[in-house]
Design a protein around this ligand. Structure first.
Ligand code: CMP
Length: 226
């Protein structure tokens, strides 16, 4: 089993504040899991009783809406911790996490994390800062949904995918989403998303090849997104 004290991914999250002794304790109680593309890490309403540290891969955080459709709240990747909010509020998780590609995650039980939370101020401060950051992001997202047009949101999302997750060798966006998933992130119907993608293609802003999307004119997409 991999050792937390040797794992560089921990430097990207609140876990960076843990001491060597604390990391040794995490190593002895954590479990490592390989999650295949499409598999569920946890489901909305579940009692997770710990946190997941994403070591590799990308997953989507979704919330089931009243009409039975999943809304993608956010995509998360290596270095992020999942389940901190429900662990502290002592509630079931509010979102589901589903792998968009093969992933490696580690699970740290709540009893261990809460011990660090009580004893290591820097760690608890880091967790609080992350939750504050998530809240700010959620505010910005809500305003975006209310004030930006679907076209602006699509341009913004394509740029976000490019900046956050990068490109393949053929220049296509690394994270491959179905049209349904892309529509769910920008908050529109799949048909509108498909129509807008064709419009962007006609304007030579992007190239489409099946599920693959290549950004051809980042500057113009930026102008549209503003
Ligand atoms: N913007 C966000 N909104 C809600 N949860 C988020 C967000 N970003 C990351 N998360 C994480 O996703 C987790 C889903 O389960 P929890 O609600 O327990 O805790 C949540 C956070 O750890």
């Amino acid at each position: 089993m991999s050792k937390c004290e040797q794992c560089i991914v921990r430097e990207l999250s609140s876990l960076k504040a843990l001491t060597r002794d604390e990391l040794l304790k995490v190593s002895s109680c954590k479990t490592s899991h390989i999650i295949k593309k499409g598999e569920i890490i946890f489901e909305e309403g579940e009692n997770v009783n710990g946190i997941y540290c994403i070591k590799d891969g990308v997953c989507k955080l979704t919330k089931l809406s009243g009409n039975g459709k999943d809304h993608i709240v956010k995509l998360v990747t290596k270095g992020e911790l999942l389940g901190q909010r429900s662990m502290i509020s002592e509630e079931p998780v509010n979102l589901s996490a589903v792998a968009l590609e093969d992933m490696e995650v580690c699970f740290i039980p709540k009893t261990e994390v809460m011990r660090f939370f009580d004893k290591n101020n820097q760690f608890s401060m880091n967790v609080m800062k992350t939750i504050c950051g998530d809240l700010k992001e959620a505010d910005d997202h809500m305003v975006n949904l209310a004030q930006k047009t679907v076209k602006e949101r699509l341009a913004e999302t394509l740029l976000y995918l490019n900046d956050t997750f990068g490109k393949n060798e053929d220049n296509s966006l690394k994270v491959q989403l179905s049209r349904d998933e892309l529509a769910s992130i920008i908050g529109t119907a799949t048909e509108s998303c498909i129509r807008l993608l064709s419009e962007f293609k006609k304007l030579d802003l992007i190239e489409l090849n099946g599920k693959k999307i290549i950004l051809k004119d980042v500057n113009k997409l930026k102008k549209i997104s503003e």
